[in-house]
Design a protein around this ligand. Structure first.
Ligand code: ARG
Length: 461
């Protein structure tokens, strides 16, 4: 027996789709997440149709009330979604027809699923920008709290993951605040650009009905209607910008996650992760694994993947709408879900982790981390050219290395054999406290500078 044709568009069809066609065509399995946005869009559209005299007030009222019922059924989990009805748009409309009868058929006047889905998805992505922004703000607050507590805790700063110069814990935490603050501004920027309404572009060419696109744009919180109907139905830049901003943010999360993995290892012991964010091993009783950090580091792959996948879907599509574009949603849903989860987990880990002040300090004091300070002393006190000072310092580092001691353990006599001008006050600069305290240039690691930045961020956040 052949299935009957779709009641929404089946006027010219004698038979229904093959079961596999239905399976590949349907999006209801995932686009049901757009139900609230779809209904908000329909409410704005129906009110506008009535205000413009395109449908009667009575019909608009019936539609408006019916849509409220549909939404409450969906929210209560009492709605039965049908694959035969393809997507959220037709599922909602079909239920509306069951509830209110004939006026439901007037809702789709001067509209197409092409502008409808573009509106729904934009509204959804816009909400995600707000959710991500709130999550990023929470993460920044947690990082600033760490920075405030440890503004003068000394740790090694690294380049090439080799000890470079001593820095402060607070300075390191605030480096991530800078990154996540840039992420916030990227999402805010994308949100601003996406906040224009495609509704009323209809299928692709606009409509002959006297609609008011300003009215629906305003009702849905958009700044204005999009100016070109072809662009309005075929644009997915808003989703791509969300994914691009998400990818950069995810990359930042992954770098921090990687540091937490390294820092919590037995070889480093820079931080102790809270039990709340660690797991044990079923065979090795001593283990305390930083699984949350590892999963954050890994989840980034799906977010990058979503970005590439949607770019690939969109590339080469002729204007305007093609069904390819139905493949936009799952990527964005998955990326948004995982980004929000990763942000929440990172915020929890950062809040609950305990920096190991003593371990940080002793790591900072080894590895000749104050060699640059020594070279700077030679420049400042003996007026040596920096290149020469670098060479003298290198000789002293080699000597200390040979003796198996730190620079500060060399005797004045040994130093003077390398350069006769060296005086005993050189030992002042070899301590890590003096080293960090001296780095007061703007943006530098000195505790005084860190405290200024902490105050700045406490105000901004
Ligand atoms: N489910 C579709 C999507 O997500 C809605 C738009 C359908 N438009 C069409 N011309 N078939 O893209």
């Amino acid at each position: 027996m052949t299935k009957s044709a779709n009641t929404m568009w089946g006027g010219r069809f004698a038979a229904g789709p093959d079961a596999i066609m239905e399976a590949i065509n349907a999006s209801i399995g995932f686009d049901k997440r757009l139900a609230a946005q779809d209904i908000a869009g329909s409410q704005a559209h129906a009110a506008m149709l009535a205000a413009c005299g395109i449908i009667s007030d009575k019909d608009a009222d019936a539609i408006g009330e019916g849509l409220i019922t549909v939404l409450s059924e969906i929210q209560a989990g009492e709605f039965s979604f049908s694959t035969a009805l393809e997507d959220i748009h037709m599922n909602v409309e079909a239920r509306l027809r069951e509830l209110i009868g004939e006026p439901a058929g007037r809702l789709h006047t001067a509209r197409s699923r092409n502008d409808q889905v573009a509106v729904d998805f934009r509204l959804w992505v816009r909400d995600q920008c707000d959710a991500v922004d709130a999550s990023l703000a929470a993460l920044c607050k947690a990082l600033v709290a760490q920075a405030e507590a440890g503004a003068d805790w000394i740790m090694p700063g690294f380049t090439h993951l080799q000890t470079a110069q001593p820095v402060t814990w607070g300075h390191h935490m605030l480096a991530y605040v800078e990154m996540f603050a840039r992420d916030r501004s990227r999402f805010a920027d994308a949100r601003k650009r996406m906040n224009t309404s495609p509704l009323g572009a209809a299928a692709l060419a606009g409509t002959s009905f006297p609609i008011d696109r300003e009215m629906t744009a305003k009702a849905l919180g958009f700044d204005r209607p999009m100016s070109n109907s072809l662009d309005a139905v075929s644009d997915r830049d808003f989703a791509l910008e969300f994914l691009a901003a998400s990818s950069i943010c995810a990359m930042h999360l992954s770098r921090l996650a990687e540091e937490l993995v390294i820092w919590s290892s037995a070889q480093f012991r820079f931080v102790k992760m809270s039990d709340k964010w660690s797991t044990g091993s079923s065979i090795m009783p001593q283990k305390r694994n930083p699984d949350a950090a590892e999963l954050i580091r890994a989840k980034i792959g799906r977010i990058f993947g979503a970005n590439v996948a949607l770019m690939t879907v969109m590339k080469g599509l002729p204007l305007t709408y093609s069904k390819d574009m139905q493949e936009d949603k799952e990527q964005v849903f998955d990326a948004a879900d995982n980004l929000l989860l990763a942000l929440a987990a990172m915020t929890g880990m950062v809040t609950d982790m305990a920096a190991q002040k003593d371990a940080l300090h002793s790591a900072a004091s080894s590895g000749f981390s104050t060699a640059t300070d020594l070279a700077d002393w030679l420049v400042r006190k003996l007026n040596l050219p920096f290149r020469d000072a670098h060479h003298v310092t290198g000789t002293l580092v080699a000597l200390a290395e040979k003796k198996g001691c730190d620079l500060s353990d060399l005797t004045l006599d040994e130093m003077q054999k390398t350069h006769s001008g060296i005086q005993s006050d050189i030992f002042d600069v070899l301590g890590v406290e003096n080293s960090v305290a001296s780095r007061t240039s703007f943006g530098g690691t000195a505790p005084a500078r860190v405290r200024e930045q902490v105050a700045h961020w406490n105000e901004v956040l």
